[in-house]
Design a protein around this ligand. Structure first.
Ligand code: UDP
Ligand code: MG
Length: 166
């Protein structure tokens, strides 16, 4: 780190090795949006540390969306998320949890700003293309739910110093 600067200069909420769980839902896969969405996270500068396609079991889907178990949309949401392949990912980088939520946009596509994934690529809340963890605790839970540790790669992009200072 250059002299005169400290980690604190980056602000309290910036963790370089932070990880988030992101999933392209069955509608995104069916609509051929996988490359488009992966590209947005790559171009932003995040590091892909886990990637796989699977059709989730009901058990996995119900656990993933357990916080919504009592909501009226829960059964339909589980039916939808188990209806076909999901592309499950883990992305790493500075502030990736909050940043991914910004890239993704608001839950309701009508409220998602143009330029966001949902703002650009979705029209309906029940078909909003993508999931992203909303906090460090949920990110840790979701990464552990969807991935084995051996499925995650610890690696350093060759251009890492061009992504993150220090
Ligand atoms: N959802 C839905 N109807 C609703 C609210 C939510 O189908 O009225 C679905 C939608 O796919 C959403 C997911 O449930 O992405 C999880 O809801 P949450 O509020 O956690 O939104 P997110 O974190 O995905 O933005
Ligand atoms: Mg959520």
């Amino acid at each position: 780190m250059p002299s005169g600067r400290s980690a604190a200069d980056d602000g309290p909420d910036l963790t370089t090795d932070e990880r988030s769980f992101v999933a392209i839902k069955p509608d995104g896969v069916q609509r051929g949006l996988v490359g488009e969405i992966l590209g947005r996270f790559e171009r932003k500068g995040f590091k892909l540390v886990g990637l796989k396609q699977l059709t989730p079991s009901r058990e996995l889907a119900e656990s993933h969306y357990g916080v919504h178990r009592e909501r009226p949309f829960f059964a339909g949401l589980v039916d939808f998320i188990t209806s076909g392949p999901v592309v499950a990912m883990v992305w790493e980088g500075d502030g990736v949890i909050a940043s991914a939520r910004k890239l993704i946009g608001a839950t309701k596509p009508l409220e998602a700003e143009p330029g966001t994934i949902r703002g650009d690529l979705a029209v309906n809340i029940g078909r909003n293309v993508i999931h992203g963890s909303d906090a460090p605790e949920t990110a840790a839970f979701e990464i552990g739910l969807w991935f084995q540790p051996s499925e995650l790669s610890d690696w350093t992009p060759a251009d890492q110093t061009w992504r993150t200072e220090g």
